[in-house]
Design a protein around this ligand. Sequence first.
Ligand code: ATP
Length: 277
Amino acid sequence: MPHVEQAPLLEIEGLTLAFGGVKALNGITMSVAPGSITSVIGPNGAGKTSLFNTISGFYRPQSGSLRFDGEDITRLPAPERARRGLARSFQNIALFRGMTVLDNIKLGRHCHLRTNIFDALLYFGRARREEVALRAEIEERIIDLLEIDHIRHAPVAALPYGLQKRVEMARALAMRPKILMLDEPVAGMNREETEDMARFILDVRAEWGVTVLMVEHDMGMVMDISDHVVVLNFGQKIAEGRPEDVQNDPEVIRAYLGSSRATEAPGATPAAMGAAA
Ligand SMILES: Nc1ncnc2c1ncn2[C@@H]1O[C@H](COP(=O)(O)OP(=O)(O)OP(=O)(O)O)[C@@H](O)[C@H]1O
């Protein structure tokens, strides 16, 4: 059978976003294949967070378009994008710290709750009971998959940072997303926590087929688990491809050399950095 390429789940075309005179994004075109783990990397100020905020609908681009699951979402507000299956975590954890782990996870399902009075009136009895049971089952699967059963009743504020990050991912998963957007999922984690998180991301993809789009500075982790890597610098895409290709791209190494994160350059051996200088 001939190989047929699947249509991208997310297609970004010519995205431009400016803050005053600063072009945080300058004509970014990229796509995310269904079932892939796609990572966006780049030195500080490259535009990664701006890209995430534009995809999830917090920022409105000056030009360009976004298609998600075959539909144009460029003008849709953030909650509607979430409802359609774009879920994200945040660089700085955005959990309700006084609430328990379980209650935080339950909040993830809010985007699917009915808000229309007619829907609500029609929605009672068996259908409702079935949906409640289904949600509870999904929450249990998430808790099991992310190994957080032992802390389900703990207040989030009492947990170490690495576990809080895991709970944030659990909450995003409770939205039953098509794309899970992870903003620096291992920032501030030690090696062991990082390896755990990498394993959870792979498990989530394998078991649920969720597509993952992440921004991350930890090059080891990005290169280990990504299928596709997109590199930004000063708001522009300077490279993309398989981890091994991006790692050896002289322009990518040069971009990191000029930044405070030179030692994090993909494949930053002294020889490679000397060659790129
Ligand atoms: N709300 C804002 N107002 C003004 N300028 C902004 C705003 N957000 C981002 N910028 C500017 O846009 C550019 C891209 O920033 P962005 O935060 O997207 O980069 P980044 O790649 O996520 O950086 P980091 O790795 O440090 O998180 C930077 O020059 C930044 O100063």
